[in-house]
Design a protein around this ligand. Sequence first.
Ligand code: NAG
Ligand code: NAG
Length: 439
Amino acid sequence: MFLQPTLLFAALVASIEAASWIVPGAVWNDVNGKKIDAHGGNIVQRGDTFYWVGQAASQDVIPVMYSSTDLLNWTPLGTQNSLKWLWRPKIAKPNGKFWIYGQLDRSIQSLVSDQMVGGYRLNGAAVRIPPNSYSYSDTGMFLDSDSTWYILTSADHNIVQINKLNSDGSVGARASQLADGALEAPGMLKVGGTYYLIVSGKTGWRSNPNKVYTSSSINGPWTGGADIAPPAEKTYNSQNTFELTIKGSQKTTYIYMGDSWDSKGGPSSNHVWLPIKVDEARKSLVLEYHAMWKVDTRTGVVSWPAAGKRYQARHAESTGSTEIVRRESAVGKHAVRGISESGQAIFRNVTGGGRKQWVSFHYTVNDQEAGEAHVTVNSDALPTNISSLNCRAGFHKTVPIELHLEKGDENVIRFGATGSKDFEATIDGIEVFDDEEEL
Ligand SMILES: *[C@@H]1O[C@H](CO)[C@@H](O)[C@H](O)[C@H]1NC(C)=O
Ligand SMILES: *[C@@H]1O[C@H](CO)[C@@H](O)[C@H](O)[C@H]1NC(C)=O
């Protein structure tokens, strides 16, 4: 059949936009090439399909949904209700109907529908949390292995409280509480007979070291308060929203879903998703950091890319005040240091596929507060700050971003930095991933 040029073009764009990896902190586009805007949400699996609900920062915090079968490529399913300022919406299914619970002006507002996608209508007025009529912040959701749904809240804005969802969708009895300072953003997973409750401290939109508490019963008591990542990483600059369990044919994989908020929880916020490593004997868990990774949703097996094609600092052109120095820790044993407004590292003859590709920048900065690194590809008129493409920029030594490379062996990638007087970046090299076989 003859394809109209516009359809053909759409088909090409769709294949170009296919995502191959989950990249914590990086801008994540949907199948139409538009940035995914679903925060504070959760994911529910039905058959082979995952449904992701979240608040749309660019649309006054209304609930939106996306779907995917591989957790990589997400199709937007649109607005689920036009209610504004419904924070941290969560899907639940305590009965034959479908529900979204979110925080509306410090109370729980529920929406109900007869189907998973669309048709959500208000279910009465917003309610306070029983039994003490607490107001709250930060909705969380957990489905127990006996099919009971629990809504998790920061009751009275500090105490994590777990309430059962009744089969009529109403908020039911309190199962337990965790009062251990000011906590919010609760999420939970269950491994063996142990419940792991992940919570955030309260630091506004700034990230903090999220913690884990455990119990052998949903009714508590909760013990712990252990870090889920090295504290200095501040949960890799994110805040918990939900824990997703993938029961694969080979392995069960638990996924931490976090929001990497911008300074006001706005549209430039990103996502940090990481596999969770659980030690059942010690009843402890930690996030397993990967700059790029994915999970096979059928087998549950987590993988990450083989090394891409590397372009080492040693072979880069270093301009201005930069110099190439020996660095034992670098893959190529060398680094270009002194990168600032007065000098760059230029990688020439980079092979590209004529499309967007992940390019990892292996670099460090001497002061995260004092400036940032940027990149200029081929004939770009202006450099792009790496932080606008991946908010791990400057905070991790491997930072993948998606760049459009021309087809052939003559791409030029300039790595520079802007900042205050003594700010400088040091780069070991770049790594270009060719994911064509993944499409
Ligand atoms: C890039 O490739 C061209 C053509 O093959 C070659 O002349 C040039 O020396 C190469 N430059 C670098 C920096 O490798
Ligand atoms: C890029 O980063 C520099 C240093 O932080 C900043 O001064 C500049 O405004 C940023 N540029 C853009 C386009 O955001």
